[in-house]
Design a protein around this ligand. Structure first.
Ligand code: NAD
Length: 443
C-alpha cells in the first residue's frame, strides 16, 4: 500500500461509497478535480537574484458553493498532496454543512528561509497568477501550514489591485475594472484575514476550538470521562496551540507537545501553556521549555518529571488522547501499533495512513477523523465570508456560539450514521458528506 495522499483519498471515497446511497456518477465526478492550476512565480530576491517558485491551486468540486480551502507554503507541497487536500475540503465542507465546495493550494517553498519582503513578493506574485481563478463567488483561499493572517491580508489587497487595474477576466458582469465594488466584496476573496483587513472574531482559534467541541461531543456520546483525561499533541502551530489551550481550560491534562524540532513530555501535565508559548517564541523551539509560572527552562526538568521528546514520540507516549496536529502520514504502519491512547483526534489533514487506520481499528482505538475534527476552521471561515458579503461584523461570543452549535450538530450526524451503518467514524463522516453532495447535484 502507498502513502500517496491522493490515492489514500480515493480509497476512502470508494470505501464510503459502498455504504452511501449515492449515484455512481457522483463518485466518478469526485474522483477527478474540476480544475487543476499550476503556476510558476518569479520573485526578485533581496540579493537581486531572480528565483522561480512553483505554485498550485486545485479546485476539486463546487456543487455546494464556491471552492474553499487553504494555501500551504512548505518545501514538500506537490500536486498529489494538494489534490488530496482539496478533495478533503469538499468532504469537510459538506460534513460541517457550509455552502462551499472544496479547493486547496500551495507553494513549494520553505518560507522560513525567506525574508519578510521576499515572502510578501512571493505571495503577491502568486495572487496575481491566481487572480483570474479566485474571487468571493468563485474560489476563496484561507490559511494553512506556514500561512497566516498577515499573508491573507496581502492576498486580499493584491486581488483588489488586480481587479481594479482591469487585469482579471471572468468577473461577474459589470464588475470588470470597477473601483466602486463594496469593500466587503474584496474582503471576501480570502478568509483568515487580520481583523483590521476584514477578518472575523474567533477565526484564529476556530480550528483548535472546533476540535475541542467535536472531542467533547464524542466523549459525551460514548460515555467517556472528560476531566483530567491526558492529552499528547504533535504540532504546536495555529491548530495545536489553540486546541491545547481549549482542552486545558476544560480540565484536560496536556502531558506532551511537539513541533518539527522536538518537544516536551511532563507526565503530571504541563502547568502553564502560555509560558511554553513564550518560551517557544523566544528560543524558536519547544524542546527545553519546562515551565513553572513564567519560568521556562531546563532547571525545572527534575521538579516536574519532564523530559525532551522527538517530534514523533508525542504520538506513542502514555496518554488517553493523542492528537496529530502537524502534517500528513504521521501515523503509519510503523508506529500505529505503539499508540497507547484510547482516542486519536485527527487535527491535521490526512495524518493516518490507510494501513495505520486498520491497525488502530483492530486495537479498538477510536479515531475521530480529520474531515470532522478540524472542520471548525472552515466553519468560521464561512462566517467571515458571510459577514464580508453582507457588510456585517459579529461579536466574538456570537461567532463562538454558532461554531459550537455547528460542530455539535456535525458530530451528532456523523456519530448517528456510524451507529446506523455500524461503521467507523471516518466511514460515517464520508457517508454524511456523500449524501449531502448527492442532494446538491443533478448528476
Ligand atoms: P502551522 O504552520 O501553524 O503549524 C504546524 C505545526 O506543525 C508547527 O508547530 C510545526 O513545527 C509542526 N510540525 C511540522 N512538521 C512536524 C513534524 N514532523 N513533527 C511535529 N511537528 C511538526 O499549521 P496549522 O495551521 O496549525 O496546521 C496544522 C495542520 O492542521 C495541517 O495539517 C493543516 O492542514 C491542518 N488544518 C489547519 C487549519 C487551520 O485553520 N489552520 C484548518 C484545518 C486543518
Amino acid at each position: 500500500m502507498t502513502n500517496n495522499p491522493w490515492e489514500q483519498a480515493l480509497a476512502e471515497l470508494e470505501k464510503a461509497a459502498a455504504h452511501a446511497k449515492v449515484p455512481r456518477s457522483l463518485v466518478e465526478r469526485l474522483r477527478k478535480p474540476d480544475r487543476v492550476i499550476e503556476v510558476s512565480v518569479p520573485v526578485m530576491m533581496d540579493d537581486g537574484r531572480r528565483e522561480e517558485f512553483h505554485g498550485y491551486r486545485v479546485q476539486h468540486n463546487n456543487v455546494r458553493g464556491p471552492y474553499k480551502g487553504g494555501l500551504r507554503f512548505h518545501p514538500k507541497v506537490n500536486m498529489d498532496e494538494v489534490k488530496a487536500l482539496s478533495f478533503w475540503m469538499t468532504i469537510k465542507n459538506a460534513i460541517v454543512d457550509v455552502p462551499f465546495g472544496g479547493g486547496k493550494g500551495g507553494i513549494t517553498v520553505d518560507p522560513k528561509g525567506l525574508s519578510e519582503a521576499e515572502l510578501e513578493r512571493l505571495t503577491r506574485g502568486f495572487t496575481r497568477k491566481l487572480a483570474p481563478y479566485i474571487g468571493p463567488e468563485q474560489d476563496v483561499p484561507a490559511p494553512d501550514v506556514n500561512t497566516n493572517a498577515k499573508i491573507m491580508g496581502w492576498i486580499r489587497d493584491e486581488y483588489e489591485r488586480e481587479v481594479k487595474s482591469q487585469k482579471v477576466k471572468g468577473l461577474p458582469a459589470g464588475r470588470q475594472g470597477k473601483s466602486d465594488m463594496p469593500k466587503g466584496w474584496f474582503d471576501a476573496v480570502v478568509t483568515g484575514k487580520p481583523m483590521e483587513r476584514g477578518g472575523s472574531q474567533g477565526r484564529a482559534e476556530a480550528t483548535g476550538l472546533g476540535g475541542f467541541y467535536v472531542l467533547s461531543e464524542i466523549m459525551r456520546q460514548t460515555g467517556r470521562a472528560h476531566r483530567g483525561a491526558s492529552v499528547a499533541i504533535q504540532g504546536f502551530g495555529n491548530v495545536g496551540s489553540h486546541l491545547a489551550q481549549s482542552l486545558k481550560d476544560a480540565g484536560f491534562s496536556i502531558v506532551a507537545l511537539s513541533d518539527s524540532k522536538g518537544g516536551i513530555y511532563i507526565s503530571k501535565g504541563i502547568p502553564d501553556l502560555k509560558a511554553v508559548t513564550e518560551c517557544k517564541e523566544g528560543s524558536g523551539r519547544l524542546a527545553g521549555c519546562y515551565c513553572v509560572g513564567s519560568v521556562c527552562d531546563l532547571s525545572n526538568v527534575e521538579v516536574l518529571g519532564g523530559r525532551d521528546i522527538t517530534s514523533e514520540e508525542a504520538l506513542t507516549l502514555p496518554a488517553d488522547i493523542v492528537v496529530p496536529a502537524a502534517l500528513e502520514n504521521a501515523i503509519t504502519k510503523e508506529n500505529a501499533a505503539d499508540i497507547q491512547a484510547g482516542i486519536v483526534l485527527e487535527m491535521a489533514n490526512g495524518p493516518t495512513t490507510r494501513e495505520a487506520d486498520e491497525i488502530l481499528g483492530k486495537k479498538g482505538i477510536l479515531v475521530i477523523p480529520d474531515v470532522l475534527a478540524n472542520s471548525g476552521g472552515v466553519a468560521v471561515s464561512y462566517y467571515e465570508w458571510h459577514q464580508n458579503m453582507r457588510g456585517e461584523t459579529w461579536k466574538r461570543e456570537e461567532v463562538l456560539r454558532k461554531l459550537k452549535e455547528k460542530m455539535q450538530s456535525a458530530t451528532r450526524a456523523v456519530y448517528a450514521t456510524s451507529k446506523e451503518h455500524n461503521v467507523s467514524l471516518r466511514d460515517a463522516a464520508y457517508i454524511v458528506a456523500l449524501e449531502r453532495l448527492a442532494e446538491s447535484t443533478s448528476i
